[in-house]
Design a protein around this ligand. Structure first.
Ligand code: ADP
Length: 258
């Protein structure tokens, strides 16, 4: 099973005020010799929604895994200003024999929270992701989108200050994906976490984020850092706004040049 929640124990003392995630002089060379990342400096402010796009294999997941404390940089450091972190991967990693309710309670159960408390917390999270009424169902009876909602609800029970999301909607069909993007933005508006979101989709990045980082091909470096000046809350129709399409075009042009 993938790690579903983790605490970053990096030394956060060098974080400047208001910065939630800080990568400083980060490079990564694996034992195989592959250099995944080179010279990455990135500060993410509290409450920001940052999306990272870039060619396959440019080190996006590696960077996210470092922020999650699952991977160590070869040089430099990655620090978080909190240990309240939720991680979501593309696979919802639900336990097939446990109901929706029992899957959502898992984090709280591992943390040995009292039963009544974790029940209440899970109920609130299930409600927040629009799954009220499905508590007793098993994962195999759920659609891909519903499984991802369960995965999100499980993270929300931890009330994380930082959400690290590694292509969470990559395996979903287009319509479900659009629904889940809207759902995630609603949760972001309600909960105010800081988000680092990896995606291959330029329009997904622009729809969700207030800042899009474009990475170069391996070894990944930051090729562009683009502020997305579209106010929240964002409605699906924002995708037809000329400003939106011009952001997507800028990112697309940058990616062609990297
Ligand atoms: P991305 O998420 O941008 O597709 P990754 O961060 O997954 O890229 O991988 C970056 C590069 O590092 C790829 O070439 C990948 O094959 C390599 N890589 C990732 N993890 C490992 C590992 N544990 N050992 C060796 N190489 C790895």
């Amino acid at each position: 099973m993938n790690l579903i929640d983790t605490v970053n124990d990096a030394d956060a003392r060098h974080l400047t005020k208001g910065v939630m995630i800080s990568a400083s002089g980060v490079s990564k060379q694996f034992d195989s010799g592959t250099i995944a990342l080179a010279d990455v400096d990135l500060d993410i402010a509290r409450g920001d929604f940052v999306a990272i796009v870039g060619p396959s294999g440019c080190g996006k997941s590696t960077l996210l895994r470092m922020a999650a404390g699952l991977e160590a940089p070869t040089t430099g450091s990655v620090a978080l200003a909190t240990d309240s972190v939720g991680v979501i991967f593309q696979e919802p990693t639900l336990l097939p024999w446990r109901s929706v309710q029992a899957n959502v309670e898992l984090c709280a159960e591992i943390a040995r929270e009292p039963r009544s408390e974790r029940r209440a917390r899970a109920a609130a999270a299930i409600d927040a992701v629009g799954l009220a009424g499905f508590e007793k169902q098993l994962p195999r009876t759920l659609s891909g989108g519903m499984k991802m909602r369960v995965s999100l609800a499980r993270m929300l029970t931890k009330e994380p200050e930082v959400m690290l999301l590694d292509e969470p909607f990559g395996a979903l069909d287009e319509m479900t994906r659009l629904d889940m993007q809207a759902e995630l933005l609603r949760l972001y508006g309600d909960r105010g976490f800081t988000a680092l979101f990896i995606t291959h989709s330029m329009s997904e990045a622009v729809f969700l984020a207030n800042r899009v980082i474009v990475m170069s091909a391996r070894p990944g470096r930051i090729a562009a850092d683009i502020r997305i000046d579209l106010p929240y809350p964002r409605q699906p129709e924002v995708r037809f706004d000329p400003t939106f399409t011009s952001y997507v075009a800028t990112i697309s042009e940058t990616l062609r040049g990297v």
